[in-house]
Design a binder for this molecule. Structure first.
Ligand code: ADP
Length: 400
């Protein structure tokens, strides 16, 4: 039994989880919030226990120290060396990483070179990696990329139709995101595809950020997010795909700068922007049920865009053996699953068992009828366990 820690960092947060491997048992989890602010918050959970209190984190380094100190204090580890690997989630791996990698100088430099593609995320990941390196200098660190799973796409699936030399010069292409989740869902989905050679699986990771991926034999063939997570289906606050000329037209109509419009498409669009109510699907659905017209339109647009992508990927895969719902909305929202599947019924023969579907919240289950042409399942995603698995595996490989 060995302990592995996973880290998911942002510019002002560090989320951590400590695992016993290879059992994949969670020992504890928690987070440091509001790093760099006047006062931060530290939270740790284990079993049914939870502690949360104010704590000052001027930089990521204090946060890293706090995490390790608390693990020692609470006896979750006896000394530093007990942590055999730290796995860091990295949002953008560009074209360089098609799998997880040991965090050495070369990996660090490549992640740094990708900062222009994911300015907030990759910079924060590096800051956090360096902070933990200070505290645990001898523990192998592993970089696990959100984009790696999507690197198996073919050129005609990842290229945008702009001048080719610009795509080449600036590495412009579809990178996708949520790759760790889509890979996990494919692996978990295999048991529903027994006897099928090269199963064709469409995974819908529908949370606040949302993406859909088409995979064949657990390899990504196409995915909805693009150069950045702004592309693809409509999300909580992001627009997803649209006619690119909207961007230019908005700049000229509103007098806002390109950067301001870009922020608006990322933070003020999607469910929030169309409904004017909330970025949380529960609020929008509730308003729609009360008859709010704007909310009704928003819900229809949201569902339509998901169904359209599923249809597109059905064609791309030449059929579909399994449709998977996951993440905040996909796991917990029977109304969205039901309405989208109704849109798929006439063309693809998808049929949900509405009674079963209505009872499934956050747990794995088959929700289609036996006569549905495509099996539909809910599978709760677990990106952290994938990070822990890769970190454990790579830490062992380098020991050999
Ligand atoms: P992200 O990880 O991208 O921030 P999540 O996967 O947590 O997002 O999903 C957030 C979305 O999921 C919100 O729109 C929220 O309404 C929805 N959601 C989360 N939990 C539930 C729930 N228990 N019931 C219904 N919807 C939920």
């Amino acid at each position: 039994m060995e302990k592995v820690m996973t880290i998911n960092s942002g510019s002002s947060t560090v989320k951590f989880k400590l695992y016993e491997m290879p059992e994949e048992e969670v020992i504890c989890s928690g987070n440091c919030e509001r790093i760099g602010e006047k006062m931060g918050i530290f939270t740790i959970k284990w079993g049914t226990n939870k502690e949360s209190y104010e704590c000052l984190f001027p930089t990521h380094e204090e946060a890293a120290k706090k995490v390790i100190d608390v693990l020692l204090e609470k006896g979750f580890i006896k000394d530093f060396d007990e942590i055999k690997a730290i796995g860091h989630r990295i949002v953008q791996g560009g074209k360089y990483f098609s799998e997880s990698a040991l965090f050495d100088k070369k990996t660090e430099d490549l992640i740094e070179s990708l900062i222009p593609l994911a300015p907030l995320h990759n910079a924060a990941h590096l800051t956090c990696y360096r902070a933990f390196k200070e505290v645990l200098p001898n523990t192998p660190a592993i970089a696990v990329f959100d984009t790696a799973y999507h690197q198996s796409m073919e050129e005609e699936d990842y290229l945008f139709p702009i001048p080719y030399e610009l795509s080449e010069k600036y590495s412009i292409r579809r990178y996708g995101a949520h790759g760790t989740s889509h890979q996990y869902l494919n692996q978990m989905g295999l048991k529903y595809c027994e006897g099928i050679k090269e199963p064709r699986i469409i995974t819908c990771h529908i949370g606040s950020g949302a993406s859909i991926t088409a995979s064949k034999d657990c390899k990504c063939v196409a995915t909805s997010m693009g150069l950045t997570p702004l592309g693809g289906i409509m999300m909580g606050t992001r627009s997803g795909d649209m006619d690119p000329s909207v961007f230019n037209y908005l700049v000229s109509c509103t007098g806002k700068s390109a950067e301001e419009v870009y922020q608006m498409l990322n933070k003020k669009s999607g469910l929030l922007g169309v409904s004017g109510i909330s970025n949380d699907s529960r609020d929008v659905l509730e308003a729609a049920e009360k008859g709010n017209k704007q909310a009704i339109t928003t819900v229809k647009l949201f569902n339509r865009r998901i169904a359209d992508f599923i249809g597109q990927y059905y064609v791309r895969l030449g059929g579909c053996d399994l449709l998977v719902w996951s993440a905040g909305i996909g796991e917990n929202e029977p109304r969205t699953r039901s309405e989208v599947c109704k849109l798929l019924h006439d063309a693809l023969g998808v049929e949900l068992d509405e009674e079963v579907n209505s009872t499934i919240h956050g747990k794995e289950a088959v929700i289609s009828t036996p006569s549905s042409k495509i099996k539909v399942v809910v599978i709760p995603t677990d990106e952290e366990v994938m990070i822990a698995r890769d970190s454990y595996r790579i830490a062992h490989e380098i020991k050999k």
